[in-house]
Design a binder for this molecule. Structure first.
Ligand SMILES: [Zn+2]
Length: 288
């Protein structure tokens, strides 16, 4: 009996240690973009932070277990409260910390469809819900500038919002931009290839060579890299459309690595979305 208890104790210590080790692995890195705008990198979607006289404005909340570390990072930038949190879309790596932040009485802003998707997700409580939603666009006058929060139709999901800081010339794209990697286009949540490309094209008009871009995933970016990303999307769309019009099946397109070779060589398939996965997504979305 004693031996069994001992084994159990060793097992318990082992599990606790590995759980702690898992949490310890994620560190929050703060990147400064301008005098008052920062990007926090941890695990999940990049967080945008504006600090100033009005307080803290936060964009996306990553995963719930990271909230204490995120708060620690924000406190180093400002001692003022988080006045608003905006979500770029409903995915858990962008909204996981919502509940913790709404406990501070911080209102959450998001597109109408984010409300519906969070509400219908049994894993998320009502405390994670946005309380201020919009259909097309919304302006927030905060820390001395207008922040335009605007929706793009059926891009990464059906509830995407991008945020543009008009004076600071900073854009947060949410997951309508993955820097130097293939994007995740969530076809099951209303995302489409054509909508995704339109989102990048229409946003391009808003920015200039000095704009600093916070992508949903990947490093801080600029218009030049954003243009390269658009070129990748359009070239892949043309190639897959040609395959479809030549009667090629999904299986044939997925296994045809020549379609993505240029960007595979640049390591675009590095991360979450492999080259097979992006060919499948483009086929399935464009076939419709
Ligand atoms: Zn996402």
């Amino acid at each position: 009996m004693k031996t069994l208890n001992y084994i159990f104790l060793i097992f318990l210590i082992g599990s606790i240690t590995s759980a702690c080790a898992q949490n310890k692995e994620v560190t929050i890195t703060t990147h400064k973009l301008t005098e008052n705008i920062y990007m926090l990198e941890g695990q999940g979607g990049n967080i945008g932070i504006s600090v100033g006289n009005d307080g803290v404005f936060m964009i996306d909340s990553q995963f719930a277990p990271l909230t204490p570390k995120i708060f620690e990072a924000i406190k180093k930038l400002s001692t003022k409260p988080i006045k608003f949190l905006a979500n770029t879309h409903h995915h858990g790596d962008h909204t996981g910390g919502n509940e913790n932040i709404s406990k501070l009485n911080t209102p959450i802003i998001a597109h109408d469809n984010v409300y519906k998707r969070v509400k219908n997700n049994p894993k998320q409580s009502d405390a994670s819900l946005p309380i201020l939603t919009f259909n097309d666009k919304l302006s927030l006058y905060f820390n001395g500038e207008q922040v335009i929060i605007f929706h793009v139709d059926n891009a990464h999901t059906d509830g995407d919002a991008l945020l543009y800081f008009t004076k600071s010339n900073v854009l947060h794209t949410g997951d309508t931009y993955f820097n130097a990697r293939y994007p995740y286009i969530d076809l099951n949540s209303g995302g489409t290839v054509t909508g995704y490309i339109e989102a990048v094209k229409s946003t391009m008009i808003l920015i200039d060579d000095n704009t600093k871009i916070i992508p949903g995933h990947g490093d801080i970016s600029n218009k030049k890299e954003y243009t390269a990303f658009l070129n990748m999307l359009e070239s892949l769309k043309n190639k897959v459309e040609t395959e479809i019009s030549n009667g090629k099946t999904e299986k044939a397109v997925v296994s045809n690595s020549s379609l993505t070779k240029t960007y595979d060589d640049l390591n675009y398939g590095c991360c979450f979305i492999s080259s097979e996965k992006i060919r499948r997504t483009f086929y399935q979305s464009l076939k419709k």
